[in-house]
Design a protein. Sequence first.
Length: 73
Amino acid sequence: MTDVVDSDELLRRIQRARSWAGREEQTWKTRSEELRPGDPDAARDAELRGQTYEAVRKALDEIVTPGAHDADG
């Protein structure tokens, strides 16, 4: 990445990444629920992926809104 971007563009990019991570989080958590009855191993893998995207989303949330998640622990 060699482009110089201003703070507004950087914020837009972070917000897009946060939205993407949120969608991926929901996708994998839903998949985990669907797989749970028939394939517990795949369900655990999907749940772990969902938790990973959740962590990314929360980190990006903290960048956009510092201190808003202090109550989450």
